[in-house]
Ligand binder design. Sequence first.
Ligand SMILES: [Zn+2]
Ligand SMILES: [Zn+2]
Length: 67
Amino acid sequence: MENKRPKPRRRRRKEFRCHCCKQEKPFCWNCTCGFQICPECFEENKWGMSNGPTWICPDCERVHMME
Ligand SMILES: [Zn+2]
Ligand SMILES: [Zn+2]
């Protein structure tokens, strides 16, 4: 029996893509609706998205805790 084939293990790197600057980032704030925003863009939009310890997704208006 020849069952030695290594399983193809293609792990997709989990990367983020900011919806504002369209760039791939090691980290983005993200929403369950799929919206992602990098910390840089977030800073720029903070006045419109964040309310202290929370931020609000501009797409679906879900409220998220900042961690
Ligand atoms: Zn960005
Ligand atoms: Zn959302």
